[in-house]
Design a protein. Structure first.
Length: 320
């Protein structure tokens, strides 16, 4: 949308205007939502806002820009197995959501070749309407004046009659415990991810308590996992965790670590440590006051026992 220009301005004209004003207009489309944003100095709002509206409501999808975007995506497909993090993320999503789920889909050469400019136009016509849009503004402005500017700028954008957003399909991933591998022999580190599909969406009252809990547990350099695994023991360069809930569908609660193979195989750790980390109260710092654990830990089930002999899935990194 942004790079293809509008029905009244070419992409080069849009780029030149924004560059001259030191402003930006960007667009995105994700799994369940899409949108646009603009950033500009307060004194340039009257010049940038019409461009923003034009990009959002009247994209041209120039053929040469569509071809360029497809070429760039082909390049990304060819390189995506170079990054172990991308591999584990892609395969983990297939396990959690189901291999055929929209939430686990990634671009493929054959799907990319079937996309035409007409598909983009039809998608935009179907989903981009003012009655399917939320608008927020922040910065240095007078509220009454800004409301008037927005009414004038968006006033001619036509609503869709009888539009109802589609319901996302329910995830159909694994519910049983499993251990899965992807072989990549040209790296000296392993990326290990563990997790499961949560139960909370972003409108759940427990969502923000769980986000705070995760931040304390594994959200940054001062989190308990990072402090214990990297800072105190030096066992891994990277360790983190997250809960990635959507607006309509729960997301996975996960933890991830990157370790050197030789170090991991030579220092497996005592069995008692593995038993202790299954208990939330045993994690160092869990009894510290004011750290945000509260009742949120009760929203996240304890880690399951996985039979040691179970090794269900195996794939190769060369499989995109």
């Amino acid at each position: 949308m942004r790079t293809g220009g509008t029905q009244s301005m070419t992409s080069d004209e849009v780029n030149q205007l924004l560059e001259n004003l030191g402003a930006s207009v960007e667009t995105y489309v994700g799994e369940t939502s899409g949108g646009a944003s603009m950033s500009t100095l307060a004194e340039n709002v009257d010049e940038v806002l019409p461009v923003f509206v034009d990009v959002l409501a009247n994209p041209a999808f120039a053929e040469d820009k569509v071809a360029q975007a497809k070429s760039q995506t082909r390049g990304a497909i060819s390189r995506r197995n170079d990054n172990p993090g991308q591999i584990v993320s892609r395969e983990f999503d297939k396990l959690v959501y189901g291999a055929d789920s929209p939430y686990a889909r990634v671009p493929q050469y054959y799907t990319l070749s079937e996309i035409s400019r007409e598909d983009l136009v039809n998608f935009h016509d179907k989903y981009f309407h003012p009655n399917n849009t939320m608008l927020s503004v922040w910065g240095d402005f007078d509220t009454a004046q800004m409301k008037e500017k927005l009414r004038n700028a968006f006033g001619e954008w036509e609503q869709a009659e009888g539009f109802t957003p589609p319901e996302p399909p329910a995830p159909e991933g694994e519910r049983d415990y499993s251990v899965n591998f992807v072989e990549k022999t040209d790296v000296n580190q392993s990326t290990v991810r563990m997790g499961y599909l949560g139960t909370l969406t972003r409108d759940d009252p427990d969502y923000f308590p769980v986000i705070v809990m995760n931040e304390v547990l594994s959200g940054g350099f001062t989190s308990r996992l990072f402090k214990n695994v990297r800072t105190d023991q030096g066992l891994a360069y990277s360790v983190s965790g997250s809960y990635n809930a959507g607006y309509q569908t729960p997301g996975p609660f996960l933890a991830q670590v990157q370790v050197q193979l030789r170090h991991a195989l030579g220092n497996p750790g005592p069995p008692d440590d593995l038993r202790e980390v299954r208990l939330p109260a045993r994690l160092p710092g869990a009894d510290a006051p004011g750290r945000g654990r509260g009742d949120a830990a009760g929203r996240v089930p304890r880690l399951p026992r996985v039979p040691r002999a179970r090794r269900d899935g195996r794939a190769r990194a060369g499989q995109p």
